[in-house]
Ligand binder design. Structure first.
Ligand SMILES: [Zn+2]
Length: 228
């Protein structure tokens, strides 16, 4: 597997496969769960159905049209292909999507511990508020229906009893957000056993977003609206 910066410089099929291997190594998913995609032309590349993520290689990655059908009719894309199709349809600014089942995000989704409060600067700067999407049967169009009210304004989503969906301007951006989100969910869990969690105040958030803008960081539209 590629390490460090090299993973992001690989050709797209290799990069998707390497991210799958990395997700598996970090226990962000197990066995055949999870799926990864990147935009390609009018359509997108996506991981195959029922394939272990430690065994995914560049040749396994499937190219789909904008409507989610595979170019090669013999190939079977991820069962969550409709969710990825909806992401690219609704979000022209998004070029990569990762769906995984990391432990702490999944636990937060079950416990309904909100990640909409800005607990840490990383959440405010890199992701913005993360809504909890109501439960839907995995692999069905119901998932798209439940996601629809949230998809345009957020960069990451806790999927109840299921996991997390994280979007990015590219694969590295999506993966960075996933790492930050799982770290924040882990911290939220630890703090929940200690007492009340105090989020960053609006004053601190305004200072933070102003500083982040100076550094050229894109700030979540939802967060900016909260600060108006
Ligand atoms: Zn899943």
């Amino acid at each position: 597997m590629s390490t460090g910066a090299r993973i992001w410089e690989s050709e797209p099929r290799r990069a998707v496969a390497d991210v799958c291997n990395r997700l598996y190594e970090r226990s962000y998913l197990v066995a055949t769960s999870g799926n990864v995609s990147v935009r390609r032309g009018e359509g997108f590349l996506i991981t195959p159905a029922s394939t272990r993520k430690d065994a995914v290689g560049p040749d396994s990655i499937i190219e789909c049209r904008a409507d989610g059908t595979p170019l090669d009719p013999e190939k079977r894309p991820s069962s969550e292909v409709a969710m990825h199709r909806e992401v690219y349809r609704a979000r022209p600014d998004v070029n990569a999507a990762i769906h995984a089942h990391p432990h702490y995000c999944l636990a937060c989704s079950l416990a309904e511990i909100s990640l909409t409060e800005m607990l840490l600067p990383e959440l405010a700067i890199y992701i913005g508020p993360v809504p909890l999407v109501p439960y839907a049967t995995p692999g069905t169009d119901e998932m798209c229906v439940k996601l629809a009210p949230f998809i345009e304004k957020h960069n990451a989503f806790l999927l109840k009893r299921h996991g997390v969906l994280v979007l990015g301007k590219d694969l590295q951006d999506a993966y960075n957000r996933l790492e930050h989100l799982e770290h924040i969910a882990n911290v939220a869990y630890l703090v929940s056993s200690m007492g009340t969690i105090e989020p960053l105040t609006k004053t601190e958030l305004r200072k933070l977003t102003s500083q982040a803008r100076k550094l050229g960081q894109h700030i979540s539209q939802t967060l900016l609206e909260l600060l108006e």
